[in-house]
Design a protein around this ligand. Structure first.
Ligand code: SF4
Length: 354
């Protein structure tokens, strides 16, 4: 590997990543207005790993007893049979937590039971309103609210304690208290209702005018969250920061990052929000990348410099930064094993190829 002098020794301490996020598919049964990765119509969707490639990857990675493996998407339930088989294999080999995200629409009674039996530990369901009026508008599909609520009921009945995600926008941010109330009324007694600022990427970026919440709306939301958390301790509302990892990884934790994100086409990315791919599991195995510097990848100049320009959500998709648009255009491909992630000229060369 070129430029490897900055990462020596880390793979001796950790034999593999502790946690992996894997987009099992980028296909989706919805076209939500706020979808940061434009699922259903992005650049990855026609080149996804085959079932066999996914199973090979799972067998490869599960030997190392991960702490957490998360199935992301796209809508994960569009590859339900594969997800169930992967989960069984991960759990059989000792993976501590297997989690997944879903919009809940396809979680019928029987499906919820199958997921439980397969060993899924944790499920996060998106809910973006307390009624069909707001949820369906953001989810861009009439009837999606009813189906998601039915999915939540089925999960509760099967014994899950689901977590939830709520994306605040100009037309739903005032509903957080109502959404919380609704979930409690459905019988939710544990877990989190997570929320964070809208990310200026993918379809969200294209629909920004219509959906972006104002500063005042964000302030009101933060106040509502504090009020909910001071009166209820069963379902905690959390406020996340989508930029934080970009700052932390390139500064405090750059010497050893134990997390890894794999996209549906096998691309390995250092952050789902940067247009930089540093390898592909079709080319080399995840362990070849791991042993070639993946845990110390944030020591290299290119990841650090690219992350430096993103200090707020509004920096995520600047028209002026001359970089490919995440999930809409081919990202820069600078391979950790074959290329030199310290050589800033690689960015220019890559852009010229594109
Ligand atoms: S936000 Fe989720 S459910 Fe909506 S289009 Fe994107 S992946 Fe699909």
């Amino acid at each position: 590997m070129k430029g490897s002098n900055t990462i020596g020794g880390y793979s001796d301490i950790l034999i593999g990543p502790h946690s992996i996020a894997f987009d099992i598919t980028n296909k989706c049964n919805l076209r939500c207005l706020h979808c940061y990765n434009s699922s259903g119509e992005n650049i990855v969707v026609n080149n996804e790993l085959t079932d066999q490639e996914v199973l090979n990857f799972i067998d490869d990675i599960s030997k190392f007893k991960l702490y957490r493996f998360s199935f992301c998407g796209g809508e994960t339930m569009l590859r339900k049979e594969l997800l169930i088989e992967c989960t069984k294999r991960l759990k059989a080999k000792g993976t501590h937590i297997v989690s997944m995200v879903s919009n809940g629409i396809l979680i019928a009674q029987e499906t919820a039971k199958e997921l439980k039996e397969a060993g899924i530990d944790s499920i996060k369901i998106s809910i973006d309103g307390s009624s069909s009026c707001t949820h369906d508008k953001l989810r861009n599909q009439t009837g999606s609210f009813e189906k998601t609520i039915s999915g939540i009921k089925n999960l509760l009945e099967a014994g899950f304690n689901p977590n939830f995600a709520f994306t605040p926008t100009s037309f739903n941010s005032h509903e957080i208290k109502e959404v919380h109330k609704l979930l409690i009324a459905l019988g939710v007694r544990k877990g989190t209702l997570g929320t964070q600022p809208l990310m200026f990427l993918g379809r969200a970026y294209r629909n920004l005018e219509e959906i972006k919440a104002s500063n005042l709306q964000y302030r009101k939301l933060i106040k509502d969250i504090a009020e909910i958390n001071s009166t209820d301790t069963t379902l905690k509302v959390t406020w996340g920061d989508p930029i934080e990892h970009l700052i932390r990884f390139r500064t405090i934790s750059k010497h050893c990052v134990d997390h890894c994100t794999i996209q549906a086409n096998g691309n390995i990315v250092i952050s789902p929000y940067l247009p930089l791919v540093i390898g592909n599991i079709r080319k080399y195995s995840i362990y070849e990348y791991w042993n070639s510097g993946l845990p110390g990848v944030w020591n290299f100049n290119i990841p650090k410099e690219m992350a430096k320009s993103v200090l707020s959500i509004s920096d995520m998709n600047k028209e002026s930064n001359n970089m490919p648009k995440v999930f809409e255009e081919e990202s820069l491909y600078i391979d950790l094993i074959d290329d030199d992630l310290n050589d800033m000229d690689c960015i220019e060369k890559n852009l010229n190829v594109i």
